[in-house]
Design a protein around this ligand. Sequence first.
Ligand SMILES: Nc1ncnc2c1ncn2[C@@H]1O[C@H](COP(=O)(O)OP(=O)(O)OP(=O)(O)O)[C@@H](O)[C@H]1O
Length: 747
Amino acid sequence: MVGSGRVLTWAGSAPRTLTRSARRTAGTPAAAPAAVPQELAALTDHTALDREIAVEQRHLDRVYARLAELRRAAARAERDGYRLAKVGNFGALVERDAMVFHAAQRRHVLDAEHEGLVFGRLDLREGPVLHVGRLGVRDDDAETLVVDWRAPAAEPFYRATPAAPLGVVRRRTIQSSGERVTRIEDDLLDPVAAPAEMTVVGDGALLATLSKATGRGMRDIVATIQREQDEAIRSPASGVTIVSGGPGTGKTAVALHRAAYLLYADRSRYAGGGILVVGPSTVFVEYIASVLPSLGEETATLRSLGTLFLGLTSTRTDPPEVAAVKGSLRMRRVLERAVRDAVPDGPTELRLLYRGELLRLGAEELTGIRDRALSRGARRNEVRRAGFDGVFAALWAQARRLRVGRLPEQRSFEDEIADRPEFREFLKAWWPRLHPRHVLGWLARPERLRAYAGGVLSRVEIRLLTEAWRSLDTEGLTIADIALLDELDALLGKPMKPARARRDPFQLAGGVRELSTFGDRQRAAREAARQRPEDYREYAHVVVDEAQDVSPMQWRMIGRRGRLASWTVVGDPAQSAWTGDPAELTRARDQALGRRPRHHFTLTTNYRNSAEIFAVAAAEIRRLDPELALPTAVRSTGVEPVQRVVPAAELAEATVAEVTTLLDQVAGTVGVITPVPRRAEVAGWLGERGGARLQVVTSLQAKGMEYDGVLLVAPGEIRADPGSGVRTLYVALSRATQRLTTLEPAD
Ligand SMILES: Nc1ncnc2c1ncn2[C@@H]1O[C@H](COP(=O)(O)OP(=O)(O)OP(=O)(O)O)[C@@H](O)[C@H]1O
């Protein structure tokens, strides 16, 4: 494994029985395969490979036979268990629990995890051989057939290196298709302890995996997690785990595997409370959506920053300079002023004829009543009643001052007025129940924005917002607007509703555990996730991906959902498009994460890009910071990126031609990355070409994405943005696994 050093490098997948001299090569760290030494190449022996595959096949056959048995036993045990439960006492319930749990757990997970069930083997200095897989399986005499990848016993599979073999002599990665072993890849970690007959085969599992074509969705990396990644995945459950590293270092993969690890380590806490995974865009969330289900975990909630608030979906991005204003903490002050203001076009006075006298409240009095009701941080939707009471009190005082004849008791006076439809209409129009979207609409009125933002935002910033919100009604919300809506929601508050107790799906009343099987628990966790209200905020764990692009206002939005949570935060500052105040960003982030202890991890190897592609991306970011520590790309393909300049008039034609070439050259996906304003135009040029293999995204949507081939259209326009152009271009240049072409239009 990378970082642990390749032990032997083989031509093709030919196996080799170790010789003394070969063993001595173990422990030489090398990120990419070296040339095959002559002396070793001579030892190529296909029979040895077949023999090793046959050994693993025998084990796999045992595992699947045992699983079939367990499934049958589980069905039987469940039937018997339910019969027992009919006895109806607590003891019977507990017995049923014990009876069916283990077998049903295996049965359920087997259904989800059939493919690639066993993927690893450890030959240890001492003790029996261990096989590692997607779930744990024991034989009927309690012998361990497979260890769950998340169990402590599996740790050496990910952590052992030649320098610190942790008792592992040989680590083997096993690939299979259905129930058949198709390939094995070995690392010899402790050659001195290796018995003479030990065989070591393969090119190394990691490189074999990385060379596979990219699909539309991200894959899990459970079979090839690297040591530094494993340390982050298994870091303590509490507090905040912060993972940083350059492009392609597996930050997203680590974050998702960590979520699966936490669900394994403490299922009732994390499945019950819920895990929220936040990514930058809907395109990205779709891309990562299959990873957790492929690990047998379906209960996490995946959201993009544009879909975190009350079922709204926004995919539009603002230009960086506008996003910087909308994301600034100063917007809080602007929004606070807005929520205290009078409703636009609402009534400015109240006139009521009461027993021949005119009762009148003017604008000033009404404002005074509103201000008093809203004092001390009261939330507008929650204190409507106080506002109404203020109006009643003012009218009553006036009626008394005017000595209205036959004035009844105050209570009857109020009842009489409250019965009047025109009065009720007034109250509704004067103090309506407000949705955050209403108030955002007020901000889109230039005169109101100027009033709210005066002294808080600069004139330039106010102009930027005015321009941006001019199209609010026609083009809809942007991703940055969603955090403003969430802030407004917090400021406005909710109208009071009677509290409804939440049922804990993991417990029966009286503390008796109702749900006894793993299947039941999984279903209950899914059910709990479904039952969560739209604005659920009590997540047990929050994962923030591409954290470098979360604005201060967005940190506040996410923070509201993670007050009770532990956190995993992954990102790379060098890829940030944030051009606002960095101090604000730190402040908002620290506030969201609170004082929980922090655990920092840095990933240093780029698994995505070929070395040739990453060299181009690295040169771009070095324009900003020549000293920046960058990851090392592990694979070299020998294919240099293509950089073309074409006359602007020929850009469409060249785009179509280059995309066609890339679709031919790579087996997997092709991404076309464009400057934000050009996406629709470029997508139009390409039409239906490439089908599901082709995706056209903006440079901002490209965050976190990965394609086998990338065509980058007009990179110079992306770079030209003075705030974050170079960083955004760095992101775009680091999306490809195999081929990268850039097309620059020339004037
Ligand atoms: N240990 C591993 N084994 C196999 N593949 C891996 C491993 N680690 C990462 N990868 C692959 O490398 C690619 C990049 O991983 P990922 O997207 O998680 O990186 P990232 O650090 O989040 O990148 P970026 O910051 O550029 O968005 C993915 O295809 C992932 O599956």
